[in-house]
Design a protein around this ligand. Structure first.
Ligand code: CO
Length: 134
């Protein structure tokens, strides 16, 4: 059911420093920063030949990654995103298998303008999983 690895998301405490590291030290193609107040993050996309890295910095008071960065002050891998062809049928199959979908279970429009859902990390080996309709 799952397809390509769409991206790996890394929460970072200082987006400017992380951008400089990816752009200069690692020599990667890095986008401009995109504030996403509705998601509580500022996002930068690192484009690699086979996938993307998303660098996430908290934005606003109620950022969903603030608690993660409190536990991981130097930053860390926050989630993996897998592509699916049909997000609602993927959700229904996962729920039937006992996986917990975060939030109200309805797909939201994610950072790439496509419908996304998140699955509870306790149901996936301690990994927060995002599904994105490709
Ligand atoms: Co993501």
């Amino acid at each position: 059911m799952i397809g390509r690895l769409n991206h790996v998301a890394i929460a970072v405490p200082q987006l400017g420093a992380a951008v400089a590291q990816y752009r200069t030290t690692l020599g990667a193609e890095v986008s401009e920063a995109l504030p996403q107040p509705e998601h509580g993050v500022t996002v930068v996309f690192v484009t690699l030949p086979n996938t993307k890295i998303e660098l996430l910095e908290p934005l606003g008071e109620k950022s969903p990654i603030a608690a993660f960065l409190e536990r991981n002050p130097a930053g860390g891998i926050h989630h993996l995103c897998y592509e699916v062809a049909d997000i609602r049928s993927a959700r229904d199959r996962l729920k039937a298998a006992g996986a917990r979908v975060l939030g109200d279970g309805e797909p939201r429009i994610g950072a790439h303008g496509k419908p996304v859902l998140f699955l509870h990390p306790k149901d996936f080996n301690g990994t927060l999983v995002e599904l994105e309709q490709a």
